[in-house]
Design a protein around this ligand. Structure first.
Ligand code: T1G
Length: 694
C-alpha cells in the first residue's frame, strides 16, 4: 500500500507528494498525515520552502464527497489550511496538474503561491453538489481574482483553464515542459531569493475595496447569475457568501461561510445532488462489461436519416469528432438535412457557443449520400428511420447485407423491440438500441438498449461512442418504451382524468412547474406535437376523450399555433376558452361533476404512478439500479435536480407514503396505473430503500 503522503527534499526545499487515487480527494486518511507532514516541515529550520503536489492524474479534486453526511473528523480541511497559513516567513507553493477543484483549490489558496501546467484547470464546483465552498473559497478567491470573477466562477461552478488563472492572478506561473515539481522548486527558490513574498490570499484586501465602495454593480451581477437557479438554494447561498467577502472582515465571512456550508450539507437538495454525482458515474458500470472488455474501434459512423433525429444524432457524433456518412434515399431531404445542420452550427456560432471558423470544419466531417453502399466501411451505423417495424426490417436486412463484418448496427427506436430488430439480421450480437432524445444534438441522455444477444464489446462500444458524443449513456433492457418513455406513459395516464374531474391544462402545468419541472405535460405536448401521440393511439386502436378531438381540430400544438393552449407569438402558452369548453362539454357528456383538484392530488396522480412504474422496471431488470432510473429522468426529461430523480425523491418522501397514496387512488379510481408494484410494497413494508432490492 503506497503512502498517501510522502516528503522528498531538494536541499532546502521540501516537496510534499499526495497520492490518494483516483483523484487525490481530501479523505480523512489523507488529511491526517498531510497535516503532520506540513507541521514537521514548518518547524524544521533546514526547510526554507515547501511544494505541495500530487501523484497520479490530478491535483486534489476536492473533499471526499463519499465522506459527507458522516462525522466531521479532525484535522479538517480548515485545520490543514490554517497549518499552511502558519508558515509565516517560509513560502509554500501548490504545484497543480489536472484539476484543482473545491477543497483542492481551497488547499492551494492556503499556500502563498500556485503554479500550474498549461493543461491544468481550477474551479469551485460545489454548487453542483448543492453546496457552497466550505473551506474559505468564497472568502479567499474574491481577494485573489476580484469579487465579480469569483462570483461568476463559484455560482456557475466553472472550471477555469490555467491560462485564465494566470491572467487573473489565481496562478502565479505556468510551468512548461515535463517536470512540474522541478518547475515549482525553481519558482520557489526564486521567490525565496527575491525575499519579497506576496501576501497570503486571505490578507489581500486590494481586490475587494472597489466593490466595498459601491456594491450595486456586484448585486446586479448576482441577480443575473442566479436567475436560472430554478428553486435551487446553493446558487443563492454561493452569491451571498461571496458578497460577505466584500461586506465583512475575513474572519466573520469565513465563519459565516462555514455556517452556510454546514446548513446546506444537511439539506435534501444537496443530498439529492450528491446522489446524482455518484449515480451518473454508477450508470457507466454495466453488468458483464468489465474493464477488460475493450470497445471496438470507431473511426467512422453512418447515420440513416437526415431528419430532426438523424441530423441531431449525426451532429452529436461529429461534435465528438467522429466523421459521419449520412444517408437519405433522395437528394432533396438529404440537402435539406445538411442545410438544417449547417444552420444549427451557425446559430451556435452566433451565440458564441462555438467558433465561427469551426462551422466549416464540422461540416467537413459529414459525407452525404443516397446510397447504402457508402455505409459499407462504417464501424457503427445508427438508423433513425420511421418508427414502424416494417421499415426497420427493411433497413436492418439491407444493413446485414452491406455492412462490413464487425460493424455495429444500432437502432434509434424509442420503444420498439430491439430483439425483434436484431432477428432481422444474421448478426444479432452486433445489434443494439441507441435511443437519443430530441433534440439529439442537445439532450444529454442516451438510452442504450441491450438486446438478449448483444455482445459485451458492442455494449462497451456504444457506451464509449455515447461518451465521445458528450452524452450520458444509461444501459436499459428491452420493453415497450424502455425506461424513460415507459415511465412517461405512467406519468400521463391520469392526465385526461384530471382535466375531466376538474383541472385545466394550466393548473396541471403550474403544479408541475411548482414541483420543479421546466414545464408541465400539456405545454410539453404542445411543444413536441400532440399529433405524435394521436398517430400512435390510432396505430394501436386506442382513443383519448380529449386529445383526439383536440387533434381532429388540427390543434397539434405550437407548430399549428394552438393545442392545449393557443400561441399568439408562436411560443408563449395562453389558456384557451376553446379547450376549456371541450373539457367542460366532455365532462358533462360523461356525467362527471367537476371539483377543485389540488396540486398535491395532481402530483400524487402523475409522479407517484411514475415511481411505481420505476419499481416495476427495477423488478423486471430493465434497469440495473434505481439510480440509473434517476439519471434517465434528470438528463432525459428535466426532473428537478434538487430532488435527485424520481426514485431518490420517493425515498426522501418515504416509500410507505407512496404506497399509501397509490392504494388510496386505486381505491378511488380503480385505474391500473395505481396498482402497487410487489417490489415497492415489499420494500415499503420492510422500511427498505430501492438499493436494497438488488
Ligand atoms: N470525492 C470522492 N470521489 C470522487 C470525487 C470526490 N470529490 N471526485 C471524483 N471521485 C471519484 C468518482 O466517483 C469516480 O469513482 C472516480 O473518482 C473518477 O471520477 C470543502 C465541500 C475530478 C473532474 O465536485 O468533477 O471539495 O466511479 O469518473 O471524468 O469546499 O471526478 O471510479 O468509483 O468523474 O476523470 C468538490 C468532483 C467536492 C469535483 C475527474 N469537488 N469530481 O473526472 O473521473 S466538495 C468536485 C469531478 C468540496 C470543499 C467542498 C471529476 C473530476 P469511480 P470521474 P473524470
Amino acid at each position: 500500500m503506497n503512502d498517501i503522503v510522502t516528503v522528498t527534499r531538494d536541499n532546502e526545499i521540501a516537496v510534499v507528494i499526495i497520492d490518494n487515487p483516483p483523484v487525490n480527494a481530501l479523505s480523512h486518511a489523507m488529511r491526517a498525515p498531510l497535516n503532520e507532514a506540513l507541521i514537521a516541515l514548518r518547524d524544521d529550520d533546514s526547510v526554507k520552502g515547501v511544494v505541495v503536489t500530487c501523484a497520479g492524474r490530478t491535483f486534489v479534486a476536492g473533499a471526499d464527497i463519499s465522506e459527507f453526511g458522516g462525522p466531521r473528523l479532525e484535522p479538517s480541511l480548515l485545520t490543514l489550511i490554517a497549518t499552511l497559513e502558519s508558515f509565516s516567513t517560509k513560502p509554500t507553493v501548490a504545484a497543480i496538474h489536472g484539476t484543482a477543484l473545491g477543497g483542492g483549490l481551497e488547499l492551494a489558496l492556503g499556500c502563498r503561491y500556485r503554479v500550474a501546467v498549461p493543461s491544468a484547470m481550477c474551479g469551485l464546483p460545489e454548487v453542483k453538489l448543492g453546496l457552497i465552498p466550505g473551506a474559505g473559497g468564497t472568502q479567499r478567491l474574491p481577494r485573489v481574482i476580484g469579487p465579480e470573477k469569483a462570483l461568476q466562477a463559484i455560482v456557475a461552478g466553472r472550471f477555469m483553464p490555467a491560462k485564465e488563472c494566470l491572467a487573473d492572478g489565481l496562478v502565479d506561473a505556468i510551468v512548461e515542459g515535463e517536470d512540474l515539481v522541478a518547475g515549482a522548486v525553481d519558482f520557489l527558490r526564486k521567490a525565496i531569493a527575491d525575499g519579497k513574498h506576496t501576501p497570503l490570499p486571505r490578507d489581500r484586501e486590494d481586490r475587494i475595496t472597489t466593490a466595498r465602495a459601491d456594491i450595486s454593480a456586484f448585486d446586479a451581477l448576482v441577480k443575473d447569475m442566479t436567475k436560472k437557479a430554478r428553486g435551487l438554494e446553493a446558487p443563492h447561498a454561493c452569491a451571498q457568501s461571496v458578497r460577505n467577502a466584500i461586506t465583512m472582515p475575513f474572519e466573520e465571512g469565513y465563519a459565516e461561510e462555514l455556517r452556510i456550508f454546514l446548513k446546506l450539507l444537511n439539506s435534501d437538495q444537496s443530498r439529492a445532488q450528491r446522489h446524482l454525482f455518484f449515480a451518473e458515474r454508477e450508470a457507466g458500470k454495466v453488468a458483464g462489461v468489465t474493464k477488460d472488455v475493450k470497445p471496438r474501434e470507431v473511426k467512422k459512423a453512418g447515420v440513416i436519416g437526415a431528419g430532426t433525429m438523424g441530423g441531431g444524432i449525426a451532429m452529436s457524433l461529429v461534435n465528438g469528432g467522429i466523421p459521419v456518412t449520412i444517408l437519405e434515399m433522395a437528394q432533396e431531404p438529404l440537402d435539406k438535412g445538411l442545410e438544417r445542420i449547417r444552420n444549427n452550427y451557425e446559430i451556435s456560432a452566433k451565440r458564441g457557443s462555438m467558433k465561427a471558423e469551426d462551422v466549416d470544419k464540422r461540416m467537413a466531417l459529414f459525407t452525404p449520400t443516397t446510397s447504402y453502399d457508402d455505409l459499407a466501411d462504417c464501424d457503427i451505423i445508427i438508423e433513425a428511420v420511421f418508427e414502424e417495424m416494417g421499415v426497420k426490417e427493411q433497413v436492418f436486412k439491407t444493413l446485414d447485407r452491406i455492412a462490413k463484418p464487425g460493424a455495429i448496427l444500432a437502432s434509434n427506436t424509442s420503444y420498439l423491440d430491439v430483439n425483434a430488430i436484431a432477428a432481422f439480421t444474421n448478426r444479432p450480437q452486433d445489434v443494439i438500441g441507441m435511443h437519443f432524445f430530441s433534440p439529439a444534438n442537445v439532450m444529454k441522455l442516451l438510452e442504450i438498449v441491450r438486446g438478449d444477444k448483444t455482445a459485451p464489446d458492442v455494449l462497451a462500444t456504444a457506451m464509449a461512442v455515447g461518451k465521445k458524443a458528450k452524452k450520458v449513456p444509461v444501459v436499459v433492457g428491452v420493453c415497450h418504451g424502455f425506461v424513460g418513455n415507459r415511465m412517461l406513459a405512467a406519468r400521463s395516464a391520469q392526465s385526461e382524468a384530471l382535466l375531466l374531474e376538474g383541472a385545466l391544462p394550466e393548473t396541471v402545468d403550474k403544479a408541475f412547474r411548482d414541483f420543479g419541472w421546466p414545464m408541465g405535460p400539456f405545454q410539453m405536448g404542445d411543444l413536441a406535437g400532440n399529433d405524435i401521440g394521436w398517430r400512435t393511439r390510432k396505430s394501436l386502436g386506442k382513443t383519448a376523450a380529449l386529445a383526439d378531438p383536440l387533434c381532429e381540430a388540427g390543434r397539434y400544438g405550437q407548430k399549428t399555433g394552438a393545442g392545449w393552449y393557443r400561441y399568439e407569438d408562436g411560443r408563449t402558452p395562453i389558456p384557451d376558452a376553446w379547450v376549456e369548453k371541450l373539457i367542460l362539454d366532455t365532462a358533462a357528456s360523461k356525467g362527471i361533476n367537476r371539483r377543485d383538484i389540488s396540486d398535491e392530488e395532481i402530483i400524487e396522480r402523475t409522479i407517484y404512478p411514475m415511481i411505481n412504474e420505476g419499481a416495476k422496471i427495477l423488478d423486471e431488470g430493465i434497469a440495473q439500479r434505481a439510480s440509473d432510473i434517476d439519471v434517465v429522468w434528470i438528463y432525459g426529461y428535466g426532473f428537478p435536480i434538487g430532488k435527485g430523480g424520481p426514485m431518490h425523491w420517493a425515498e426522501t418522501l418515504g416509500l410507505a407514503t407512496i404506497v399509501e397514496r397509490l392504494d388510496h387512488w386505486h381505491g378511488r379510481t380503480g385505474a391500473a396505473v395505481f396498482e402497487v408494484s410487489p417490489l415497492l410494497r415489499r420494500l415499503a413494508s420492510e422500511g427498505k430503500r430501492f438499493k436494497d432490492a438488488s
